[in-house]
Design a protein around this ligand. Sequence first.
Ligand SMILES: [Fe+2]
Length: 294
Amino acid sequence: MEIDTAQVATVAVIGDVHLFWDDADVAFFNGSGYDLVLFVGDLAGYTQLRGRRVARLLRKLRVPAMCIPGNHDGLHAFQLGAEIAPRAHRLRNAFCQGQSRRCATLERALGDVELLGYSRRRIDPAGVPLNIVVGRPHSIGGRRLACLRYLAKRYGIDSMDASAARLKALVDGCDDAPIVFLAHNGPSGLGDRADSIWGCDFRKKEEDWGDRDLEEALRYAKSSGRTVLATVAGHMHRRTKSGKTRPAQITHDGVLYVNAAEVPRHRSENGQKKRHHVKLTLSPTSATAQDRWV
Ligand SMILES: [Fe+2]
């Protein structure tokens, strides 16, 4: 394939929204000239009702947009609690009941904003050929798959290995255009400290909280000779529980990793509301990211 390296696409990456989204956000992105908007998930807080309100605002976007559901999207509060609490494992499968319906409702509310998991989209924003590979939906990080019964029912995924295999199959389905991975949580292998880009900050023991299936898929893509420009994700909020700040981006083995989870993404500066996103600039051979408060 002939590649025109002069082409540049700009992509807005929105970290965990957690309800911080309003009409002014819609107006900004509709007038911003971005070619694509990627949401890394967690639109909702602890109720699906308010999450759907955010989704109904997102549907007003006139820029092509994709969203991977996070662990707060399509889960009711008890289900989320059961997924988080170590001793509630017996309830987890039971609470998956109704998740298909909740996700379908969210999908309808989002309108043309695509809600995606285990998917690939071949697009050409601003003439830059791209494979967007969308990872495991509803990731909660760590070694365990969240929403296991739902993943099995909806996607036929019942283990971390099966998930890695599905992601590798998506890579196999890509043509020779470069790849951008969109995920809720980032991959493992990028640090095991509480303030690593996807490190665990909520347990005494500091550890790598990244997704192993995503790490495997990335390694597979690289070893298959694919160009992986970037991986964008969130979930592990940039500000850690102990008040430290994670890196917002790192480059590792030629891939740009962006943790877009600036939470809350609205803040007040001199009495004026500022809104966060990450500007991702992509050419067929390179990727750069820049934090923007607008
Ligand atoms: Fe999350």
